[in-house]
Design a binder for this molecule. Structure first.
Ligand code: SAH
Length: 469
């Protein structure tokens, strides 16, 4: 993070604005809106700015900026008390001067359109006061920030401000009645998202208030939390479902393993506890039984627990085992499907898993080694019109290639290995059952990798996404 977004209390604070053109006027409106005591230094100002200053009791010093020559006018003195300086003059030299003066006095300064002269920047704002949403591109692309702001404007109903106001009013009484912070958060989530929230948005605050008081009376602090077993998809955070993101953001605790990428874990609330439970092939950081038990213990302690799994929880994810113990202990849970690695890697590498000309079925197979051998009846994979997808097959690749050939698949059957599918670093290696072991030894792909076998692999060179070959 290059900047820390904070919200500054400016009520009655002295703020200096240099420049009184259209840009200066816009900044003045913003600063006065936050209650600043504004002094404007400029030889000329717009009529709108003059009106704004008159309404707010602000001051206009009708002169060009020159801190040295402003002793008599009190500017030097003012610098000792300023909370902020904003410069909106078109003259780079003057701007630099102002920036230097402010910095010398340790006052935060913003120079419009000159990030290098700023110690703070203005975000784009969605104002649903008291709800405020600020968006910034750290000075890189104000246009992009404004575009995003417009999207948020459309997304957040104007009445949300009222909802925030209402919540603020009820905050103390709710806090008094529900002392446990996590039950309180649950109560608020249900309130804001449910009928009470709807009542406020419809302008019926009085009824909403009655409902809150009623619910507080009825509120039994249930000791039992809930577990969400969530498929996080194969890596690209954009491949998560809305439901997955929504539930993830409601979690008190998040358990995740190696296959879940960092940007996905970062979608959790900042104050949510994060527990890494490992799980690479040779890195069983937390044994499965302990994970299962941990889910139960956390839920019994009243937490909302999210167990994030790579891909889909019910495809080679041991999701079934994890919820078995929950069901046994009568703990409420939900399972949220995710895009499995086969789907993600296939789509992102231009290899359709089925195709009318090449494959009429697809089979997901584990390539996990048990005592050095892959545990399959290989004769079941002879059908050339079936695509085979091997999960966890990197170490077992030589056995897979050899056994498929021994059991009826031709040596020149196309095969692909998709390394880190759907992620920025995705790489696709292609060859045949005969050549692939050599290719992989040379290219040394990193886990996770997925193996796709069958004629559909031929399509990769034509259908691969841009950037791929
Ligand atoms: N539940 C997961 C699979 C877990 S098994 C799912 O539905 O996708 C772990 C195996 O999944 C890895 O060994 C690898 O074969 C595959 N895998 C998971 N993510 C992958 C990715 N981004 N790229 C390639 N393979 C991946």
């Amino acid at each position: 993070m290059e900047y820390l977004p904070i919200y500054l209390e400016l009520k009655s604070a002295s703020v200096l604005l240099v420049g009184g053109g259209n840009v200066g006027t816009r900044k003045a409106r913003l600063l006065l809106g936050a209650g600043a005591d504004l002094t404007v230094v400029a030889p000329d100002i717009t009529q709108e700015l003059a009106d704004l200053l008159e309404q707010s009791g602000g001051t206009w010093l009708q002169t060009a900026y020159d801190v040295e020559n402003h002793r008599d006018k009190g500017l030097v003195h003012l610098f000792g008390h300023l909370a902020l300086v904003v410069s909106a003059t078109p003259d780079r030299r003057v701007n630099k001067h102002i920036s230097d003066d402010a910095k010398a006095h340790g006052i935060p300064v913003n120079v419009v359109d000159s990030p290098d002269l700023c110690t703070f920047i203005f975000p784009s704002i969605v104002d649903r006061s008291p709800l405020l949403i600020a968006v910034s591109s750290s000075g890189r692309s104000p246009v992009l920030a404004r575009l995003l702001r417009r999207k948020i404007e459309a997304l957040v109903p104007a009445a949300y401000g009222r909802l925030a106001e209402f919540a603020g009013r009820m905050r103390a009484v709710v806090k008094e009645k529900i002392s446990d912070p996590s039950s309180r958060r649950l109560f608020w989530e249900e309130t804001v998202e449910g009928t009470i929230g709807e009542l406020v948005l419809a302008g019926r605050e009085e009824q909403a208030e009655k409902n809150v008081l009623q619910q507080l009376q009825q509120h039994e602090q249930s000791p039992c939390g809930e577990v969400y077993l969530i498929g996080a998809g194969p890596g690209d955070p954009d491949l998560m479902t809305f439901k997955a993101v929504r539930l993830l953001q409601s979690a008190d605790v998040v358990l995740y393993d190696r296959l879940v990428s960092e940007p996905i874990v970062n979608l959790a609330r900042r104050d949510a506890e994060r527990i890494y439970v490992g799980k690479a092939r040779a890195d069983h950081a937390v044994p499965q039984q302990e994970i299962n038990q941990l889910l139960v213990d956390l839920a019994l302690a009243g937490k909302r627990v999210v167990r994030l799994k790579g891909g889909d929880p019910f495809i080679f994810g041991r999701g079934g085992e994890e919820i078995e113990l929950l069901a046994h202990n009568n703990i409420p849970f939900q399972v949220v499907p995710g895009i499995t690695a086969a789907s993600g890697a296939a789509c992102y590498s231009g290899i359709p898993l089925t195709h009318r000309d090449y494959a009429q079925s697809v089979r997901f197979v584990t390539g996990h080694l048990k005592d050095g051998s892959v545990d399959h009846d290989w004769s079941q994979f002879q059908n050339t019109a079936e695509t085979l997808v091997f999960y966890m097959g990197l170490a077992g690749l030589p056995i897979i290639c050899e056994q498929l050939q021994t059991h009826g698949r031709a040596a020149d059957t196309p095969i692909a290995m998709v390394e880190r599918g759907t992620l920025i670093e995705q790489r696709v290696l292609t060859g045949t059952l005969e050549t692939m072991v050599g290719i992989v030894a040379r290219e040394n792909p990193r886990a996770p990798t997925l193996i796709i076998v069958g004629d559909v692999v031929k399509l990769h060179k034509d259908l691969a996404w841009f950037g791929e070959a």
